[in-house]
Ligand binder design. Structure first.
Ligand code: FAD
Length: 432
């Protein structure tokens, strides 16, 4: 085996989490281009910000924490000083290009991560500008690509995926991204290379070894899809991925799962004229609360209408587990009922692939929940740097880090303390 290809930083995952870090390592430095937002006019914060206004990655993160705010919140407010987007003049954060450091991204999907594979018509839960990565504002993308869209509106997959693809071009990341690589192993290295990474290249058709001093672990929340683990799961009438109703030509479809992805599939299939049996482990009260709290979203208005109309084509089964998939589309439930269907769509989410880190010992994980359910286990990090407390030199990105919210808005700004920490450690290493 040839010597591993070495890079100072390797980023695993090309979703919104990985792309945000990549742009900073590529040399895009955040700077203050507007006045300090009111919410940050407290204690020592304004002086700290103006003192580092040309390169906010040079901020003293210890002093920021000492002044009573986490670096994540600080950058989130600088990026989104108000919840609604108020135009270019209201921007506080700008970017200036400096030389790139030596980084490489390995991913097994195109830029934009899981957004490439969400359902064809998927609409976001959040306004378009909440989905942006700060170095390339969404309204600039709308202008550049001739889209007459409002950054304050929800955005469809067909417009969002091109944003992440264009982000890569606009910020000059393309040459350092290897999007045909499935990382299959990460092992501790030695003094000269902290991490050794094995990746299967689908184009080269072989395993390639890399090594790195720092690792950004941005594999996303669904790298390992959950399975029901019941007999008959491999039958050909079962699908673990929903794209569009026209993939399911039969009349009777069962949707298994109770999250937002399952809600989307059940609603769209119902409106396409299918008879939908919607089976979930959770209780009706939890789903009704989620529907009630989501009435700002058109597809939750629609599912409520369907339920309230008593449509005979939506048969909801709560507190139910699937026990087995039998031949001919017969599904056995733990209520001892059989349901005969043409197709089953299983939308029960996934988990981060923490198993890749098994050679580094036990990980400290904590529960990341939203108001409705446990979403995923998150890695415990140092809030000043977002470095793992267990694995020195490893930074979980996206919302794999403790305390980050389950959205791009809620996780993107971890990239600043993370990149600042990596850059300062590389500087120290270069000087010593
Ligand atoms: C249906 C749906 C709707 C959503 N709606 C919203 C919304 O409206 N607003 C919002 O903010 N968020 C929403 N989200 C949350 C969504 O998870 C985030 O928007 C975002 O995609 C998370 O970014 P990420 O980079 O952490 O992970 P991902 O987008 O999952 O990217 C991680 C990438 O790493 C790759 N990868 C994983 N393992 C490996 C490996 N071993 N080797 C190589 N590559 C690997 C993956 O294939 C993937 O491409 C939604 C999610 C879903 C599923």
């Amino acid at each position: 085996m040839p010597e591993p290809q070495h890079h100072s930083v390797i980023i695993i995952g090309g979703g919104p989490g990985g792309l945000g870090v990549a742009a900073l390592l590529q040399g895009w430095r955040p700077r203050l281009v507007g006045s300090v937002p009111d919410r940050l006019r407290t204690g020592a914060i304004p002086d700290l910000l103006t003192g580092a206004s040309d390169d906010l990655l040079s901020l003293d993160m210890d002093a920021v924490v000492h002044a009573g705010i986490s670096p994540f919140d600080l950058f989130r407010i600088l990026h989104h000083p108000t919840n609604d987007y108020r135009g270019r003049e209201a921007r506080v954060l700008g970017f200036q290009k400096r030389p790139a450091i030596d980084w490489l991204m390995l991913s097994n999907e195109p830029a934009g991560g899981l957004w490439n594979y969400v359902p064809r018509n998927q609409l976001t839960l959040s306004p378009a500008h909440w989905m942006e990565l700060a170095p390339y504002p969404m309204d600039e993308f709308f202008n550049d690509s001739g889209r007459n869209l409002d950054p304050n509106d929800l955005i469809e997959k067909k417009d969002l995926v091109p944003y992440y693809h264009r982000f890569v071009v606009k910020t000059g990341l393309r040459d350092r991204m290897r999007l045909d690589q499935n990382v299959v192993s990460i092992t501790p290295g030695d003094d000269s290379r902290r991490f050794v990474i094995g990746a299967e290249s689908s184009t080269a058709g072989r395993l390639i070894e890399y090594s790195a001093d720092f690792l950004v672990f941005a594999v996303g929340p669904k790298a390992v899809l959950r399975r029901l683990d019941v007999p008959g799961e491999e039958r050909d009438y079962i699908s673990y991925h929903y794209d569009h109703w026209d993939d399911y030509p039969g009349e009777r479809v069962m949707v298994v799962g109770g999250g937002r992805s399952a809600d989307w599939a059940a609603t769209e299939l119902h409106d396409a004229g299918r008879h939908v049996t919607y089976v979930m482990r959770g209780q009706e009260s939890t789903q009704l609360r989620l529907i009630h709290d989501s009435q700002h979203l058109p597809y939750y208005v629609r599912i409520r209408e369907i339920i309230e109309s008593g449509s005979p084509r939506l048969d909801r089964r709560y507190g139910i587990h699937v026990k087995a998939f039998e031949p001919g589309g017969r599904v056995l439930l733990d209520s001892h009922d059989f349901v005969d269907v043409d197709h089953v769509i299983v939308e029960i989410g996934g988990e981060p692939s923490y198993d890749l880190l098994r050679d580094f010992g036990r990980l400290s994980l904590t529960e990341g929940r939203d108001r409705y359910r446990l979403q995923l286990m998150q890695m415990v990090v140092d809030p000043k740097s977002y470095e793992s407390v267990d694995i020195s030199g490893l930074y979980p990105a996206g919302y794999l880090a403790e305390g980050t919210g389950i959205s791009v808005l809620g996780m993107h700004c971890t990239v600043y303390p993370m990149a600042a920490d990596i850059l300062s450690k590389l500087r120290v290493e270069a000087e010593s």
